[in-house]
Design a protein around this ligand. Structure first.
Ligand code: CA
Length: 229
C-alpha cells in the first residue's frame, strides 16, 4: 500500500511541485494550503508523514504542530523552513517536529529525509536493548528506566537506539550525522542540532536519576555506558 503524505504549504507552485514529485515516487499525496485545512485533514485521515511549511498565513506551522501534538497525533512531521537560525530549529524540534529541511532544498534530499522518517516509523524487530536499568523495547517502541516510561520523539528514539547499540563505545558526531541523521554532505555541520538532541535526551533519560548513563567525551563524542569512561 502506498504511503500517504500530507503536504501543508501555502505556496501553490511549491505545493504542486511537491505533490507531483512525491507521486512520481509512488507516494499518495494530499495538499493543504493553510494550517487550518491541514489540521482538519489530519483529524479526518491517517497519514504516514506530514510535510509542514513553517511560514503559513494565519496560524503558522509551529502553532499547527503544537496543536497536533497536544491532540496526541504522533504522525512524523518534517518541517520546511526558510529560517535557519539555531533557535528556530530548536523551537521547531521542541514543538514536536521529527526533522526539518531548510528551503530551498534539493528534492533528493527531501526524499532521503522522508525515507528515513518512514523507515523509523516502520522498523519493528523483536528486540530489546538495555544499558543498566534503561530499557528499550523495539517492538512497542517503549523506553523505560527503572520501569518508568520515558516519552521520546522519533529522532530521540533513533538517537538512543543507536547509542544503545553502541553501548560502551565512543560515538562521534560524524557517526550520528551519518547514521542517525543520514547525512554526510552538508553545507552547515549538524553539530549544534546533535548537541541539542543529546541535551534533550540526557534530560529525559539521566536527569531524574542518580546514576548517569550518557557521557560526553570532550572533543570526541558521546558514550552510553553504566560505567563512566
Ligand atoms: Ca509558506
Amino acid at each position: 500500500m502506498a504511503m500517504r503524505i500530507l503536504v501543508i504549504e501555502d505556496e501553490v507552485k511549491v505545493a504542486n511541485a511537491l505533490k507531483e514529485g512525491l507521486e512520481h515516487e509512488g507516494y499518495t499525496v494530499d495538499l493543504a494550503f493553510t494550517g487550518e485545512e491541514g489540521f482538519f485533514l489530519l483529524n479526518q485521515q491517517t497519514y504516514d508523514l506530514v510535510i509542514l511549511d513553517w511560514m503559513l498565513p494565519g496560524r503558522d506551522g509551529i502553532e499547527i504542530l503544537k496543536t497536533v501534538r497536544q491532540k496526541g497525533i504522533r504522525t512524523p512531521v518534517l518541517i520546511l523552513t526558510a529560517k535557519d537560525a539555531v533557535e528556530d530549529r530548536v523551537e521547531g524540534l521542541d514543538s514536536g517536529a521529527d526533522d526539518y529541511l531548510i528551503k530551498p532544498f534539493a528534492f533528493p534530499e527531501l526524499l532521503a529525509r522522508i525515507r528515513a522518517l518512514l523507515r523509523r516509523g516502520r522498523e519493528e524487530k523483536t528486540l530489546r536493548l538495555s544499558v543498566g536499568d534503561l530499557e528499550m523495547d523495539l517492538v512497542t517502541r517503549k523506553v523505560t528506566r527503572r520501569g518508568k516510561e520515558i516519552q521520546l520523539t522519533l529522532r530521540e528514539f533513533e538517537l538512543l537506539e543507536y547509542l544503545m547499540r553502541h553501548r560502551g563505545q565512543i560515538v562521534s558526531r560524524e557517526m550520528l550525522a551519518r547514521d542517525v541523521w543520514h547525512e554526510t554532505l552538508r553545507a552547515t555541520p549538524l553539530d549544534n542540532v546533535i548537541d541539542v538532541h543529546i541535551a534533550r535526551l540526557r534530560r529525559k533519560i539521566d536527569q531524574p536519576f542518580a546514576k548517569k548513563l550518557l557521557h560526553t567525551i570532550r572533543g570526541v563524542g558521546f558514550m552510553l555506558s553504566e560505567v563512566a569512561p
